[in-house]
Design a protein around this ligand. Structure first.
Ligand SMILES: *Cc1c(COP(=O)(O)O)cnc(C)c1O
Length: 337
């Protein structure tokens, strides 16, 4: 099977497994796991923040950050199709008990002006208090779209001026860095917290790291324990993350080039109605269902040994990743034609 459903389906390579097996470990609830510590400090240094917290999932790192940023009767501002809102089980309501102001983005991207318009006036008893803005880079539902640095700077200037916290859902931040040439170290200056996934394009089996100030991460460490996320010899998993950071970042450019080649192959096909031009490794396109329905399309791909995801309505998503090579790409293109 050629699996284009997600970049989460990758399995660790023998070299990654060897790195995991060789990892020195300890009890991470006692903060005694040297490999977890190394992963947290490595990523904090890369992103220019003070500290990091290794967690089982990106949902947990996002939700811990939102909980920690929000006092009672808060409101979170995010894009209408943001992962934190759409795909985290309503966790903003459940964990942080916060209201959400949803803004329509351009392929998931928000502007400072839009956010400024969503900030609640203070001193009015009717309103929740706007406390946090969440951005997503790359944006999943936006088809792997990336923010321009100037737009991030403008948003960060606004949130600083208004005293709001700014969180980055960076599940695919390395895809954005590779695609734009932006520097990870600069991100720590703009964001109060950053969630980075190791289990997507980087190819680790498990794990995300939350980054922020030492005080903020200290608070989140306690909230992680509250959620049952205190883990013990997690260093075996952290070792996979460290291996991925060393070996699997630069190669994301290959995934981006392959997504672009898939888009090119789709463009002339009569059953394709619209393509969101890929900026990274996510390729969203809409079928002309008068010619071919999504159900039919996915079934025919499956019969040809290829998996993809229906993405709502007439939309389909292809994701390129470390377990899809050029020979498989050629097979997919032949099947599409
Ligand atoms: C995958 C993803 C997450 C986190 O997902 P987990 O499966 O919980 O690790 C968060 N944000 C975005 C944009 C994602 O694509």
């Amino acid at each position: 099977m050629i699996d284009l459903r997600s970049d989460t389906i990758t399995r660790p390579t023998p070299a990654m497994l060897a790195a995991m097996q060789a990892a020195p470990v300890g009890d991470d609830v006692y903060e005694e796991d040297p490999t977890v510590h190394q992963l947290e400090t490595t990523l904090a240094a890369r992103f220019g923040t003070e500290a990091g917290l290794f967690c089982p999932s990106g949902t947990m790192t996002n939700q811990l950050a939102i909980m920690a940023h929000c006092a009672p009767v808060s409101e979170v501002v995010c894009e209408a199709s943001a992962h934190v809102y759409l795909w985290e089980v309503g966790g903003i309501m459940h964990h942080a008990r916060a209201s959400v102001a949803l803004l329509p983005g351009e392929r998931g991207r928000l502007t400072a002006a839009q956010i400024a318009g969503a900030i609640r006036p203070t001193g009015n008893v009717h309103y929740p208090t706007t406390r946090l803005v969440c951005l997503e880079n790359t944006h999943n539902r936006g088809g792997g779209s990336c923010y321009a640095w100037a737009d991030l700077q403008a948003i960060a200037a606004l949130t600083k001026e208004k005293g709001l916290a700014l969180h980055l859902d960076g599940a695919r931040i390395f895809n954005a860095l590779v695609a734009t040439g932006q520097r990870s170290q600069d991100y720590g200056q703009l964001f109060d917290s950053i969630s980075v996934c190791l289990s997507k394009g980087l190819g680790a089996p498990v794990g995300s790291v939350l980054l922020g100030s030492a005080a903020f991460i200290g608070g989140c460490r306690r909230l992680r324990k509250l959620m049952g996320g205190g883990w013990r010899q997690a260093g075996y998993l952290a070792a996979a993350g460290l291996y991925a950071l060393e070996n699997n970042v630069a190669r994301l450019a290959d995934d981006h080039a392959r997504a672009a080649r898939l888009a090119e192959a789709l463009r002339p096909l009569p059953y394709v109605a619209e393509i969101l031009e890929p900026e990274t490794n996510l390729l969203l396109f809409r079928l002309d269902e008068s010619r071919l329905t999504v159900a039919d399309f996915l079934a025919r791909l499956e019969a040809a040994g290829i998996r993809a995801s229906g993405f709502g309505g007439s939309w389909v998503r292809f994701v390129t990743h470390l377990d899809v090579d050029d020979a498989q790409l050629a097979q997919v293109i032949t099947a599409l034609r």
